[in-house]
Design a protein. Structure first.
Length: 326
């Protein structure tokens, strides 16, 4: 993925190839051991098409091919993108593969106030219209990089999971805390998917937080078998679930720091552990700052837990929470 800088045109285009036919006359079975190696060998020529152009890039994940072209001149960028798309399709067909045009998407990133934008790009004989957002590897990216569409999609997806699992979590005579936390982790994995990409947006855009926080509060109340009237602060503390914005920013910073170590060739298990531990400490300090604000709900719970927050978050679940203990 590439974000356009001010005054720069960034055109993203993804196409979907198809390996093999119904009778497996070509390609490899899904999940085979040699599949990734054979794919790398066969597709290497396609990936190297844009190597000599610093303003173009081709990224592949399985049979999904993403073509990125950037430039400061709109018409020239569109022409370069069309040529690169055409060359890519020729090589894909030379490998005996086909391109699913009906699944192909295109997006044009541009600066504010830009006029006379092109409406589409040609893929062979098919006109592909530029969309306001596209879904790439489970993350919905929009023209403004606001991720509003992604958060809306995540909210709907998480809501389905919560409704499906809530029936399994009665307050009385239900599963213990460990199994309830497994339920919480399933929902949080849906909400926090792609956090290293959008982690800073959720902090700046407060309007996207309420819906996600409602889901997190519901999850927390299920984990500790609480009434719906339990405050958000108390429920999250007892369930040991930091707010979503803190979890997202922590994951983003952890990813970026580990990536820096990987770029300089200094990636070791001990370094990764140190980064995760330090980010955990930073997250706890940020949460403590929020909780220590006066006249906020959950004062009684905060009084006992906040002074020993790190120990509380890392406690074991031998003595699990129950409805009566909560």
């Amino acid at each position: 993925m590439a974000a356009g800088v001010p005054g720069t045109w960034t055109l993203g285009y993804q196409e979907h190839g198809r390996w093999g036919t119904r009778n497996m006359e070509a390609g490899v079975p899904q999940g085979s051991v040699l599949g990734p190696v054979l794919w790398n060998v066969a597709f290497d020529e396609v990936l190297s098409l844009a190597e000599k152009d610093e303003r173009s890039n081709i990224i592949c994940y399985a049979d999904n091919t993403l073509i990125i072209v950037t430039g400061r001149d709109l018409r020239l960028t569109q022409l370069r993108a069309s040529l690169l798309v055409a060359r890519t399709i020729i090589l894909i067909k030379r490998l005996g593969l086909s391109v699913a045009k009906e699944k192909t998407e295109a997006i044009l990133f541009h600066g504010k106030g830009t006029v006379r934008l092109p409406a589409s790009i040609m893929v062979e004989d098919t006109s592909i219209k530029f969309r306001s957002s596209i879904k790439y590897l489970g993350v919905i990216i929009d023209v403004n990089w606001s991720f509003f569409d992604h958060f809306r999609y995540t909210e709907e997806k998480a809501n389905k999971v919560v409704r499906a699992l809530n029936r399994l979590m009665p307050n009385l005579r239900g599963p213990d805390e460990r199994r309830r936390r497994l339920f919480a982790n399933v929902v949080l994995s849906v909400i926090l998917y792609g956090a290293p990409v959008w982690g800073d947006v959720i902090v700046k855009k407060s309007c996207v937080q309420p819906a996600l926080y409602r889901h997190q509060r519901t999850i927390a109340q299920r984990v500790i078998s609480a009434y719906r009237t339990v405050s958000n602060n108390a429920a999250l503390l007892l369930a040991r679930l930091p707010p979503i914005k803190l979890l997202a920013t922590s994951r983003k910073r952890t990813y970026e720091r580990i990536k820096q170590l990987r770029n300089i060739g200094n990636i070791k298990a001990i370094n990764k552990k140190e980064i995760r531990d330090s980010e955990f400490t930073n997250m706890c300090n940020s949460w403590r700052t929020i909780l220590e604000k006066p006249n906020t709900p959950g004062e009684f719970t905060k009084l006992f837990i906040v002074p020993r927050l790190e120990a509380w978050l890392t406690r074991d679940t031998v003595n699990s929470f129950s409805f009566h203990l909560t």
